[in-house]
Design a protein around this ligand. Sequence first.
Ligand SMILES: [Zn+2]
Length: 232
Amino acid sequence: MSTEPRKLLAVFAHPDDESFICGGTLAKYADSGVEITLVSATRGEMGRRMGNPPYLNRETMAAAREQELREACECLGVKHLHFFDIRDKTVEFADPDQLANRIAGFIREINPDAILTFHEKWGGHPDHCAIGKATIEALARTGLAIALYFISFGDSLAYPEAYGYTQEEIARIDVSRYKKAKLAAFRAHRCQTEIDEWVWLPDRQAMSRFGDHEYFIKGNKEALKLGKADLF
Ligand SMILES: [Zn+2]
């Protein structure tokens, strides 16, 4: 038996996507020994929230958000972090061929057991949809048989039939034991969360905002072959 750890590659658009959307799942797998690499296409320097009261500007925001993401990765146990240095809010205008090639390079180098990204239609933000689309293309270019999943917001996929999916097409990850790590990661993204009073309530009250599960759409046949409560 190989003793090499399982590997997960997450390809997202902004600092905070990883924590706000699937922080519990990342913390859970990191805790079980999975080696996680996160790629953030941008540094989130066009974020509307500039601190509360505002203390950042467009010049200082990229460095502040990069640092916050590094802290969030520590909270979640994400070991490797890379940026594509694409300007925030312009991922959809990046050259799609180049972007797919860069992502494909990471996929080949890491050879992960699973990949997480955004759904190209339901990403909820043009940057999210663009990075999702590029990641799908990148995986296809590698020709590798790696399970692909699309992240989803909150409990929206608790009843996937409402969105045209069957239960078999969804992975439902129990993150109930990882709310503390998720909350710590939310707090690490301070300039984005300090305006949200609930984040700063006593831990137990703040964590009550988090659901017990995070949901992922299975994005290819490799993912569909796997179970409903695990990404591997
Ligand atoms: Zn985002």
